[in-house]
Design a protein around this ligand. Sequence first.
Ligand SMILES: *Cc1c(COP(=O)(O)O)cnc(C)c1O
Length: 217
Amino acid sequence: MGIRENVRRIINELPHGVRLLAATKGRSVDEILQAIDAGVDLIGENYVQEAITKYSEIGNRVEWHFIGHLQRNKVKKAVEIFNMIETVDSFKIAMEIDKRAKIIGKIMFILIEVNSGREKQKAGVMPEDVLKLAEDIYPLEHVRLMGVMTMGPVVSTPEEIRPYFKLTREIFDELRYIYGDEQIKYLSMGMTDTWKIAVEEGANIVRIGTGIFGPRK
Ligand SMILES: *Cc1c(COP(=O)(O)O)cnc(C)c1O
């Protein structure tokens, strides 16, 4: 099936209030424009440089979220083009975002990335450390914490991911209780094979790549 049909089908299946983020790493501007044409209004990119190149052609007709691992030396550029950084996992990187956002007079929307599978080599904050990080980030004037994101471990059947999504949802609910639901709005989880489970567990952003564009080369 083509990109257009894939986007239409997914949008039709998504419950009201759940946003589709098209994960576009490695996809061409042409492919992305087809997806936008079919109704995508939110793009997720993993690499700042790749995003800059595409942004120069696509611009802000769509919303841009950063979903990769953010290095300190890329924060300046990231803050310039992205509407949200979904992968904040240290106070150090949050402070750098705050500093760069302040310089250009922006308030940068962010999510905390949760390492819900507690995997040593993986990005994200350990589940028990999220509230402390949120507390540290909260006073930063040019950063606004808006929720949490998780990848979860690689699983052999989609159902196996459910406990990790449940755990992330619990953390999301705790943050909502502490900071209020005007502030904490987004729970970003679920990919091509797992988005339906993520939606059942409360996700309101699902990040889909393969399911829109086909297998990555
Ligand atoms: C690539 C990617 C996705 C999408 O993965 P698919 O399995 O292709 O849908 C979602 N989230 C992140 C952070 C990604 O890097």
